[in-house]
Design a binder for this molecule. Structure first.
Ligand code: NAD
Ligand code: MG
Length: 388
């Protein structure tokens, strides 16, 4: 039995992960769960999976009198309840698990990633922002501790599967596919009218709100290029992006002999999650299967970097290196938050990020403090920008 710690268990990836566990009950034991503030769902999950401990990142003070009641409920279930960022880090630091799943959204997931890797525990990573903001630090920490980093992101899971048994030096390039999001066919002059509801309607995937907006701006693909750069130690020149609206081919690898390997499947995050949890094995499941007769047309085209300038900004930040990707990521998190709260328009998201990148003084991103400082600077910059 593999023992799991699932951080961000109440989100889209977290709940999909628990569905995989539920379907393979004899294979996994849920040891830890952590959520930001969804108390009721965390409670239901604790009742169902009986972990040793759970963490609620929202601090006990913010719950007022409810914290005491909550503590009693979890005590009665014999589940330890921890609060705050310290509670989350405490669980991420415990080494009585085989796999930690990081399904937290945003750079808030970075400290937990570093703690888990430093213990030498296998990390199944959905939290791509972790690699975007501190790729060097994260991969170095994993290397030093001998920890394995397994991607959950569908494109990276596809690349990971295609590269299995291959020699990295024989790889010519990787091709990361993208659905193109809901605005793929909209003319740019209609982008001004995009509403939050329009942007939250992803054609193929049902995901958390932040990544759904990132998919609509194509920032998600930019973050994924940076993620691939660190996961597979690839220079930007060897990573291309291809729009594939059906989301059936999850990504491809081209070798020096011109041969291409692709990984296909229905757009269902339970597949890459299950692969990360059972790796290097594969286990049978009852999830829906790909029926080729129904998908007779798979199409592809180049991304439009002028229309979707967030992708261009992410590629730029990767070429600049240093703390630029951390600034890009934090500015994006703030701008997306402001868009979701209807404080800025969709077209302002890349404008804000571009401004932050321009004003930022780049530095080295080798340690946690440097990355954190760049992240904080960028968030403060955007908040100031929003007040003007
Ligand atoms: P979500 O918003 O649905 O869930 C986020 C989870 O993180 C929740 O459990 C929430 O409680 C927790 N959380 C939020 N802020 C936190 C904080 N400050 N500290 C600790 N926990 C916190 O997000 P999601 O769609 O599940 O995405 C999670 C991550 O996975 C993101 O990095 C996203 O880019 C990546 N990802 C998601 C999908 C998908 O299908 N949803 C696919 C690929 C990659
Ligand atoms: Mg993805």
């Amino acid at each position: 039995m593999k023992r799991l710690g699932i951080l961000g268990s109440t989100g889209s990836i977290g709940t999909n992960c628990l569905q995989v566990v539920e379907a393979l009950r004899e294979e996994f034991e849920v040891t830890y769960l952590a959520s930001h503030s969804n108390v009721e769902l965390l409670w239901q999950q604790a009742q169902m999976f009986r972990p040793k401990a759970v963490a609620l990142v929202q601090s006990a003070q913010n719950l007022n009198g409810a914290a005491y009641d909550l503590q009693r409920r979890f005590d009665a279930l014999d589940v330890e309840l921890l609060f705050g960022d310290e509670g989350l880090l405490e669980l991420a630091s415990r080494d009585d698990v085989d796999i930690v799943v990081n399904a937290i959204v945003g750079s808030a997931g970075l400290p937990a990633t570093l703690r888990a890797l430093a213990n030498g525990v296998t990390l199944a990573l959905a939290n791509k922002e972790t690699l975007v903001v501190a790729g060097e630090l994260v991969t170095q920490t994993a290397k030093r501790a001998g920890a394995t980093l397994i991607p959950i992101d569908s494109e990276h899971s596809a690349l990971w599967q295609c590269l299995s048994g291959e020699r990295l030096e024989r790889l010519e390039r990787v091709i990361i596919t993208a659905s193109g999001g809901p605005f793929r066919e909209w003319p740019y002059d209609a982008f001004n009218k995009i509403t939050v509801a329009d942007a939250l309607k992803h054609p193929n995937w049902r995901m958390g709100r932040k990544i759904t907006i990132d998919s609509a701006t194509l920032m998600n693909k930019g973050l994924e290029v940076i993620e691939a750069h660190w996961l597979f130690a690839l220079p930007l020149a060897k990573i291309s992006v291809l729009i594939h609206p059906q989301s059936i081919i999850h990504s491809m690898v081209e070798f020096v002999d011109g041969s291409i390997k692709a990984q296909l499947g229905l757009p269902d995050m339970r597949l890459p999650i299950q692969y990360a949890l059972t790796y290097p094995d594969r286990l049978p499941n009852a999830f829906p299967r790909l029926d080729f007769a129904r998908w007779h047309t798979l199409t592809f085209h180049e991304p439009d970097l002028e229309k979707f300038s967030c992708l261009k900004l992410a590629l730029q930040a990767l070429s600049e290196g240093g703390t630029a990707p951390a600034v890009l990521n934090a500015a994006n998190e703030e701008a997306v938050g402001a868009f979701l709260n209807e404080r800025v328009r969709f077209v302002q998201i890349p404008q804000i990020i571009s401004e932050a990148l321009e004003q930022h003084r780049n530095g080295q991103a080798r340690d946690f403090e440097a990355v954190l400082a760049a992240d904080r600077w960028s968030r403060a910059f955007v908040q100031q920008y929003l007040c003007n």
